[in-house]
Design a protein around this ligand. Structure first.
Ligand code: SOE
Length: 381
């Protein structure tokens, strides 16, 4: 008999849709004890919320998140609202004994993320951060290959996360749709939004980062404020961020992220070079993992392109037949399946809030370093 898990979704934007889709589909494809019930969707705009709830099948709506947390028939709070709301909602949810699933970045900064972690741990409630790219089967396969030790000693980790949607100076900042351009709401620009994904993946694959030296740029200095009748405001987020780092295993890292890479819509790529082998991944070709194995016979050496769609590959036996593919939305379904499995087995799925602290610490250190202009140690967490 399935155990029900009554969920409240806070936020109805891009992530509200991605998560809703995951709740609807997860039990169709994964054999799990828990069955999420889409109890209530919550956001401030009642009209848009009603449409969203009807479209995705949420049972009810609420415009005040505090009321959602008070509800006895809600077990889990899923936070998909802007970053500056994550902490307050988490603290209230944890105090009410609700489990918390939170979109990335976990918080505006490490201090907030630490307070949130303490709150959920003190309350003893399950918690999870939606770093969905870990659940791209090819990236999970990269983790398997790293854990098998096939690369040997790691020398280099290089990553980039590139987009191009903010190049126009006419694009406003703020409001419901463009809060990612407003530092007061987002905490930072591409550092929290994009490089945090790359850092989460990197730490997962290659271990902790010990020190960083970063550089950021804001290319468009002033932008209109959304729905403010032509008023403009200084832009204070980082439009681009790059950093060098050292990993605890001695390898060197380079990371780059920007929203100004014309032609790059969502390029999230990395390459890892080890003594015996290298691997490379690019989200623009998401089913492929590139692998070079120096232990292959000399005359057969070359990069192989593994089509990660077989039953032997991570997650794929839950989907269609070998050779067929899955998409972006499936990374959220895979992530949710792992979270629910964690509830079932008692071994929490990663990343929990605590697991996400090192990523937050790296992001903070990169921004600090960009400000002071020299290397910064990453706070151990
Ligand atoms: C930003 O454009 C964004 O939507 C991020 O917020 C997501 O985390 C990323 O996966 C896609 O791009």
């Amino acid at each position: 008999m399935a155990k029900t898990l009554n969920v409240a979704m806070i936020g109805y934007g891009f992530m509200g849709r991605a998560h809703s889709n995951a709740y609807r589909q997860v039990n169709q494809f994964f054999d799990l004890d828990y069955r999420p019930v889409m109890k209530v969707a919550c956001a401030r705009d009642a009209g848009k919320l009603a449409k969203f709830a009807q479209n995705w099948g949420w049972e009810s709506t609420e415009t005040d998140w505090r009321k959602v947390i008070e509800r006895k028939d809600v077990d889990a709070i899923d936070i998909g609202s802007p970053n500056n709301t994550h902490k307050e909602i988490t603290l209230a949810a944890a105090a009410a004994g609700k489990m918390v699933l939170c979109e990335k970045p976990l918080a505006m900064d490490l201090a907030e993320a630490s307070a949130m972690t303490e709150a959920v741990e003190r309350a003893g409630v399950p918690n999870y951060v939606w770093f969905n790219y870990r659940r791209v089967p090819a990236i999970t396969l990269a983790k398997q290959i790293m854990d098998e030790g096939r690369l040997g000693r790691i020398f280099h980790y290089r990553a980039c996360y590139l987009q191009d949607w903010t190049i126009s100076p006419d694009l406003p900042q703020g409001g419901q749709t463009l809060w990612r351009l407003d530092k007061e709401v987002a905490g930072s620009g591409v550092t929290g939004d994009l490089i945090s994904h790359a850092v989460d993946t990197a730490i997962w694959l290659n271990g902790p980062v010990t020190k960083v030296v970063g550089d950021t740029e804001t290319f468009i200095k002033e932008r209109p404020v959304q729905d403010a009748g032509g008023t403009t405001k200084a832009v204070t987020i980082d439009d681009a961020c790059q950093f060098l780092c050292r990993f605890a295993n001695g390898s060197l890292g380079t990371f780059e992220s920007t929203r100004y890479a014309r032609g790059r819509k969502n390029k999230n790529a990395f390459e890892i070079n080890g003594e015996n082998a290298s691997i490379a991944f690019d989200l623009e070709d998401p089913h492929r993992l590139q692998y070079f194995d120096h232990t292959d016979p000399d005359h057969l050496q070359g990069w192989r392109s593994i089509h990660v769609t077989g039953f032997e590959h991570p997650y794929m036996k839950n989907w269609w037949v070998p050779g067929t593919t899955i998409g972006y939305e499936h990374t959220f379904i895979n992530a949710l399946a792992d979270f629910l499995k964690g509830l079932e087995t008692g071994t929490p799925a990663s990343p929990t809030f605590r697991d996400s602290l090192p990523t937050q610490a790296v992001c903070d250190a990169v921004l600090d370093s960009a400000e002071v202009g020299h290397w910064q140690s990453v706070v151990p967490v």
